[in-house]
Design a protein around this ligand. Structure first.
Ligand code: ACO
Length: 433
């Protein structure tokens, strides 16, 4: 740990008092170091869903949820989205600083060397039903990469870590695009290394061997921006999953597969897919009041998808950029009237004026508009979370690497408040009646 305590907090229990060092980072609230609490007071802390627990020290991403701030390595997300490319951001997340021109060229070349998949990996796709969700294929094939790269599985070797990071970042777009192609029954399209990262992804998604395909510069720029906006987000559920899996010494491909599994859920990366389903269900603006009433009824189990965030309680800075990108993409594509966008804008307006959402500080998150952009770009709904996983792989790998490189890194192992049966003796089946 690189932080020294500047003050203390005390906590008393059962006639004993423990002094807890309070650590202050560069930004954000101070944290009380509770590691000696159990040995000094005999109690654990209880924090289900980790709402107030800092599980690690990190230098990668900072979020101020009250102010709507998101910084990567200190740089505001809007500056990165406007002025940097996704691979520049990837380099920075991995290495700490933005690359110089020469470093960027070398990094881009290195990534391009790893875009292809082992031919044997193609056969994995044939094991899936054609109607399989592409996330299931992504999860399976990313995990399967560990069977192909025995030379980059040792997490204690810095060179192997670097190689695994490059392979994951480079191969994810290929695996993602092939997951889509397989569901369509279309031939797999091999990567083209003369294209940028975002262009290449769009090319592998939409090109056909039978005719030429030109990637629109506006759409590739929008795709690059979407990738940047999803690249990392501090210690969210999937990143924490990657860290926890990685803390056991599991290989990086297995750890990223675990992150993909965690991202899949509708409360996390599955939300943009869920937003479009929700908008389709609402159908027209006239149905918004009934839908909002249902959301407010706790018994309905219905949530306003794309709204709310564990950390952002003011606005999600990514949502603002996403909304702007949405308008740009629709304008570029010549889509003047997009009923889903009209519906989303009206739904957002109604929700932001409703005391239920105002009191609970629920605002649109990054996923509220991203689905509409992706749909306009021709990306099928089932691929939304897959695309998110492509982008977030950079964050996962950076966080995994940071954790492994931390001196004294240990296996993650939360404790519990046990409320089950006390010790009791087994009654044999014959005597149980
Ligand atoms: N619609 C309706 N009510 C909501 C919503 C929502 N989207 N989100 C939160 N609430 C309510 C909760 O029911 C709770 O109400 P209560 O105080 O009356 O019990 C209150 O707001 C506080 O919510 P929490 O449950 O404490 O919020 P939490 O931090 O646990 O959850 C989450 C955050 C999972 C993102 C939640 O807001 C949600 O499910 N949103 C919809 C799904 C979504 O858009 N997820 C994407 C997140 S961003 C990302 O992963 C990229």
């Amino acid at each position: 740990m690189s932080v020294t305590a500047t003050s203390n907090a005390t906590i008393s229990y059962d006639g004993k008092t423990a002094t807890l060092p309070v650590l202050t980072g560069t930004l954000g609230p101070a944290v009380a170091d509770i590691r000696k609490l159990q040995s000094e007071l005999g109690v654990f802390t209880y924090d289900p869903a980790y709402g107030t627990t800092a599980a690690c020290e990190s230098k990668i991403t900072f979020i101020d949820g009250d102010e709507g701030v998101l910084l990567h390595r200190g740089y505001p997300i809007d500056q990165l989205a406007e002025q940097a490319s996704f691979l520049e951001v990837a380099y920075m997340l991995l290495n700490g600083e933005l690359p110089t021109g020469a470093q960027n060229d070398a990094f881009v070349t290195q990534i391009k060397q790893h875009t292809m998949l082992h031919e044997q990996l193609r056969h994995f796709f044939n094991g899936y039903r054609r109607d399989a969700h592409p996330m299931s294929m992504l999860c399976g094939t990313v995990g399967a990469l560990s069977a192909f790269y025995h030379d980059s599985l040792d997490m204690h070797d810095a060179e192997q870590r670097e190689l695994a990071a490059m392979r994951l970042i480079a191969k994810l777009p290929t695996l993602a695009a092939w997951s889509y192609k397989y569901t369509q029954g279309f031939p797999f399209v091999y990567p083209r290394n003369d294209l940028s990262y975002a262009e290449n992804f769009l090319y592998m998604m939409f090109a056909m061997p039978s005719e030429p395909y030109t990637v629109s510069p506006v759409l590739s720029r929008a795709m690059d921006r979407i990738l940047i906006l999803h690249a990392d987000h501090e210690q969210n559920a999937s990143t924490s999953t990657v860290r926890l899996a990685g803390s056991t010494g599991a290989n990086p491909f297995a750890c990223i597969a675990a992150g993909i599994a965690a991202l899949w859920g509708p409360a996390h990366g599955g939300a943009n897919e869920a937003v479009l389903k929700m908008l389709a269900e609402i159908g027209t603006k006239e149905n918004i009041p009934d839908f909002v009433a249902k959301v407010k009824d706790k018994n309905s189990g219905v949530k306003l998808m794309g709204f709310g965030h564990r950390v952002y309680k003011n606005f999600d800075p990514r949502a603002k950029i996403m909304q702007q990108t949405c308008h740009e993409v629709l304008a570029e594509l010549g889509i003047k009237d997009e009923p889903l966008l009209d519906l989303a804008v009206e739904l957002e307006r109604v929700a932001l004026e409703d005391p239920y959402f105002v009191q609970r500080k629920l605002y649109p998150n990054v996923d509220f508009y991203s689905g509409i952009i992706l749909k306009a770009m021709g990306i099928p709904t089932s691929m939304f979370t897959v695309l998110f996983a492509v982008a977030r792989t950079v964050g996962w790998v950076s966080q995994w690497k940071e954790m492994i490189e931390e001196p004294g890194q240990r296996i993650g192992r939360p404790r519990q408040l046990y409320t089950g049966a006390p010790r009791r003796d087994l009654v044999p089946l014959a005597s149980r009646g």
